[in-house]
Design a protein around this ligand. Sequence first.
Ligand SMILES: *Cc1c(COP(=O)(O)O)cnc(C)c1O
Length: 355
Amino acid sequence: MSELEIIRSTHKKQKPEDDQLVFGTQFTDHMFIMDYTPERGWHYPRITPYEPIALEPASTVFHYGQMVFEGLKAYRTKEDKILLFRPEKNFQRLNRSSERLGIPAIDEEKALLYLEELLRIDREWVPSLDGTALYIRPFIIATDPNLTPKPSNTYKFMIILSPVGSYYEEGIHPVGIYVEEQFTRAVKGGTGMAKTAGNYSAAYKAQEKAVNKGQSQVLWLDAVEKKYIEEVGSMNVFFKIDGEVITPELSGSILEGVTRMTTIELLKKWDIPVTERKISIDEIAKAYQEGKLEEAFGTGTAAVISPIGELLWNDQKMVINDRITGPIASKLYEKLTGIQTGVEEDQYNWTIEVI
Ligand SMILES: *Cc1c(COP(=O)(O)O)cnc(C)c1O
């Protein structure tokens, strides 16, 4: 990669202890950055020390939120190998998000090569304790100094890295979920299928309500009928009802998770019935009353599998599987984290090693 310029940091930061990691608060010694102009396209890829960047206060990203991002992880195996899990899916999705936000596409293959080089340089930052990883945050921001609400002509594509611990301090354990009926996250035709800033800040108010009600995340219903399940927090969601695993179909307002896709593939390989379809909160409540709601869990890169111990819907509290992690959630968690960290054989060629 001759065109990639590398400017190394002259001092190494103190690394946090593996057992002291707090999600997304500390960053490695280096970052990747690349620019876009209409004349030159994407150009000048470089790895530099992690440092503040200068942007005009009028940069369009600050005013109209034209940006997209991704989230994936690098894992250290017992043999000290560094593994990535299906990273090509993340760069493909970054481009799908960009398409929706009017941002020019990046070269997915080159982006992965740049990421690998960045990981080689900051390799020591990949933590090794069980449940830890190096979180990778690629993102693109619009940088034209222009207050006109129109797509920017210039952009920056960056990748930053942050060592992270287990998403939940206690490791895998069931959490409480609040079913939100007032606020909505996304609507078909909107930006719900894109990983873009506004979707998240628009969710904070509902998240605050969930916490005030003693729950840890929000379960989002569809914006039109306030009836069909969409996602939980920033995770896709699965329910096991009477032996069948059901997840909401990709409706245009749901983010297509890599963990969701992998979960569906694994369930199929295990011959566990899995269906992608519309599922309403009434159907969940009915299954619960009939004693058929066997398991519920969220899926996402951050927590991998997050079992749901209870659902609070208006005044109705549904306790799932006695607030114990169910067998399917456990099996998926073990398999996924096993493959990601090199403990389990990767029969599916999902991981790539950073050499
Ligand atoms: C990132 C994200 C997910 C999970 O996607 P993964 O690729 O599995 O990490 C689900 N929902 C939302 C809203 C997200 O932003």
